[in-house]
Design a protein around this ligand. Structure first.
Ligand code: AOF
Ligand code: ZN
Length: 325
């Protein structure tokens, strides 16, 4: 299952509106098929792995990070494909909350006489597939908020000098994170001040993230959609409404890169699931620009708390990642 989770990770950012699923087929202790959800969401992971396994899939075990689907979409359901291939045992991590599936995939397998083991590495699978799960259960994408700042949480000097606070390695890491999200989002102020390209450069991105600019105002000219730039969506409204809209358009993972006003309103609305910080060993002082707008918190108890899940040294900087449970 750990191997399957690793394969699933490859699909993050390019499978929306579908989840990024991983599948490993094992026979006599040997891996005979590896699959993951393909760009655009099809073929599903199981089909991808079954093609590789071929006839050897007969009598094998399939490890899948999500319950195999039971609905007829553009192709027959994966649960039926596993049955047809003669798989004798299926190990899954979590059930699929999609109302078209939700337990029916497991039932279909069991009815065909396949042994099913559920709940293996469920915690890890829930974290990896959180975007899809949040979209299915809350109707909105998962939201990651990124901040690259000085030791004292500043993103530019008072005059606006911001290039660069963190080093090149950290900036490359940001591109990798962009790639693992379906969409990159900024506020109108940031779009006007920085004219950000909001694309993924130099790492073989299979599907460029959608570029979302939250603004009612006029935007500077940004590069048109093409092989190197995702679609550009200008949207406006309350954060909750915006996130619901993105969910209904199929977006499962959003990466917000500021600015401070947008970041603060997303936090205030309780819509932030993950924080990723890059901190540089430089102090810019109280007159420099803060990463977040005002939250108007009266008491500390009113502030959202996140749980630290990763810290890493990246070049001269430090990356820290926090999750909302
Ligand atoms: C799987 N394996 O790799 C994925 C699954 O629109 P469709 O027909 O492609 O179906 C999308 C649904 O299929 C999606 O909402 C989710 O329930 C499931 N995704 N299932 O067995 C996969 N990506
Ligand atoms: Zn499927």
């Amino acid at each position: 299952m750990d191997h399957a989770l690793g394969l699933a990770r490859r699909g993050l950012g390019n499978t929306w509106p579908n989840p990024a699923v991983g599948c490993v087929i094992v026979k006599d202790g040997r891996v005979i098929g590896r699959g993951w959800t393909q760009p655009g969401g099809r073929p599903h992971a199981e089909v991808h792995a079954l093609i590789q396994a071929g006839a050897a899939a007969y009598g094998a075990t399939a490890y899948v990070t999500l319950e195999p689907c039971a609905h007829h979409g553009r192709t027959p359901p994966c649960a039926a494909a596993l049955v047809r291939a003669g798989i004798s045992r299926v190990v899954t991590a979590i059930t699929d909350p999609d109302p078209r599936v939700s337990g029916r995939g497991i039932d279909l397998l069991r009815e065909a006489g396949i042994e099913v083991v559920e709940g293996v590495r469920a915690h890890e699978a829930r974290e990896l597939q959180r975007g899809f799960l949040t979209r299915m259960t809350a109707g909105r994408p998962m939201l990651t908020l990124k901040l690259a700042s000085s030791f004292d949480g500043r993103i530019a000097t008072a005059s606006g000098d911001s290039q660069w606070i963190t080093g090149e390695a950290a900036r490359r890491h940001v591109h990798a994170l962009r790639m693992s999200h379906d969409a990159v989002m900024v506020g109108g102020g940031t779009a006007r001040a920085d004219r950000p390209a909001l694309n993924v450069r130099g790492m073989g991105c299979l599907r460029q993230p959608v570029r979302i600019v939250v603004s009612a105002g006029e935007l500077p000219e940004l590069p048109p959609e093409g092989p190197d730039h995702g679609p550009l969506w200008q949207i406006t409204g309350e954060p909750g409404v915006i996130m619901a809209q993105l969910g209904s358009r199929g977006i499962t993972r959003v990466f917000c890169e500021g600015g401070g006003v947008l970041a603060a309103s997303l936090l205030r609305a309780g819509l932030v699931d993950q924080l990723v910080g890059y901190t540089a060993g430089v102090v810019l002082g109280g007159d420099a620009r803060p990463g977040f707008g005002s939250l108007e918190l009266a008491r500390l108890a009113d502030a959202a708390r996140f749980r630290l899940v990763e810290t890493r040294r990246i070049g001269p900087d430090v990356m820290h990642r926090w999750l909302r449970d």
